[in-house]
Design a protein around this ligand. Structure first.
Ligand code: ZN
Length: 137
């Protein structure tokens, strides 16, 4: 566990949310991409060593669409950077932590990511990302 990588915020519309996060709050918009695996469009706004990620559903089956339908817009997950994601998942699994992803998958930027189930994390959806696992930056 080395640092907070990003905070994921579920929004109905990135275009609408940028009016606050970029235009009013003043965060720079570093890029947008679609992550088909998670059915989301992602906008990245760096903030110190970390970044805010705005998440907009690309269809009704998206976890983000279901989240917003249940709870409205808001903080969706906290992402923690780790050095070795497989080793971290093995350790957490051995400790009895419920994993959403037993095997890492491909997230924004081509990074290896995995989610821990909120039932094991005191209600916070935690994403792990392996540092330096991207081939694209
Ligand atoms: Zn994330």
């Amino acid at each position: 566990m080395s640092k907070i990588d990003h905070l994921g915020i579920a929004v109905r519309s990135i275009a609408e949310a940028l009016k606050f996060f970029r235009d009013t709050l003043g965060l720079p918009l570093k890029g947008e991409e679609i992550v088909p695996d998670q059915r989301v469009r992602v906008a990245m706004l760096p903030l110190g060593d970390a970044r805010i990620e705005l998440l907009e559903a690309t269809d009704e089956q998206s976890p983000i669409a279901r989240f917003i339908a249940r709870r409205g817009e808001g903080l969706h997950h906290v992402c923690i950077a780790v050095e070795d994601i497989e080793a971290t998942l093995d350790r957490l699994k051995a400790a009895g932590v419920r994993l959403v992803d037993e095997v890492p998958r491909c997230g924004a930027g081509g990074h290896k990511i995995a989610f821990l189930h909120p039932s094991s994390t005191h209600g916070v959806l935690i994403e792990l990302v392996e540092e330096h696992s991207s081939s694209s930056d």
